[in-house]
Design a protein around this ligand. Sequence first.
Ligand code: ADP
Ligand code: MG
Length: 455
Amino acid sequence: MDASWKPDTTAAVDLALIHGLLQYGADGALGHCPLMLVPTELERDRLAQLQDLTAPSSLLFHRVAQRLDFLAEQLQETAAADEYTGFLLQLAQASQGDLPDLRLLIMRNDYFVTQPDAAGVVQVRQVEFNSMAASYGGLAGRMAQFQKVWGQACGADWDVVPQDPAVGMAEAIAAARDRYGVPGAAVLFVVQPQERNVFDQRILEAALRDRGIPVIRAGLAELGEAAQLRAGHLVLRGQTIAVAYFRAGYRPDEYDSEVARDGLRRIAHSSAIAVPDLPTHLAGTKKIQQVLTDPATLRQFLDEPDAARLEQAFALIVPLAAEITWRGETLTARDAAIRFPADFVLKPQREGGGFNLYGEQMRDCLTTLPPHEYPAYILMERIRPAVQPGWALRGGELWQGDTVSEIGMFGVLLGSQDTVDLNQGVGYLVRTKPQDVDEGGISAGYGYLNGLAIA
Ligand code: ADP
Ligand code: MG
């Protein structure tokens, strides 16, 4: 599409609505979710490269989650500097004996494809790994259908990559529930009150019900008040829960009340298969992602060539006190970020968007941060993603300009201590944002849902 293209936004909104691309706005009004009208272009080889990273990455997190001793050691300082991480770690240790053998991972690895460097080389760089509440699998499938039909309507010849991540996720959850072995057992969605992105969850719920599986939605507070443990089984509203799938509980403020903490405790001490369980949740923290970029540490968990393959997509991530060489100078990571603020992103131990610090804000934070709080952060090299022109729709309003796209790869893994029964990619998510916006995230209000077309 050339820059003068004027899409029919009324037709686009209608089509988005009939495809179920729905979301509640910040004002509570129901409408289409923020979305892009032209898919992100990606070379076929590049897509294959991203797909090849998914299974080894899931395997890595499955293995790291088996090593609570490792997690406890690596997170010790972070837990001391951050009450929330401390709470999770303590509960993981206290409930270790109750962990079921079977583990189900539903995760998403997020990447940028970089701008060409001076030699014209383009790289894939991992932004982060989500082992907790990896969202947008439901809407991403609808988006692929929408863009295919929308492309027809616009006379465009996009080669949209078809997909439906909710199907692969539902199959993995169904397999885990079967293995749990209690006939009629339900899948619990642990959800936040007033979730705006509820339709994304409802698509997965529908895919489960389509397979005859009962689904219950409940918040952490209700679980704390009403969930019971009966012979190890988690029971809520008279139903035994086989799988507890988290779409909540990844923000510290969700645990402000003791009753919400009790909700998490109840799940952790039950035999329900938690997605994620506490070790997997902890394995997905930004601190652990930093630690795993160390080549020797990575190789404690993965053999070649998996380790080398993942490493190719790692960007520099370091603790603030680490000594690094940057632009020919050797200095601490903290000093490097103060000196070259455009080159780094400062990340606290938080998930869900809107917490990272960039540029002057990062510099201000680092110059005043007391050293005992350093472990609550990691410092990451800033990735410069490739730029494409984009047409974005939010609340029926069109925005046009230069954009960058973050590509997430969904993976599911079902396995126990020694065996992996299922480990595969189940689709992708593209989130596009204006080039000059630092933060990402659709729910957080920065990004737009998008899809992929083969270049
Ligand atoms: P969260 O858990 O909040 O999603 P992320 O690490 O994914 O945390 O960061 C949020 C957003 O910030 C990303 O979606 C991306 O747009 C941007 N971002 C994160 N790390 C980098 C980086 N190293 N370089 C450039 N942008 C980044
Ligand atoms: Mg993220």
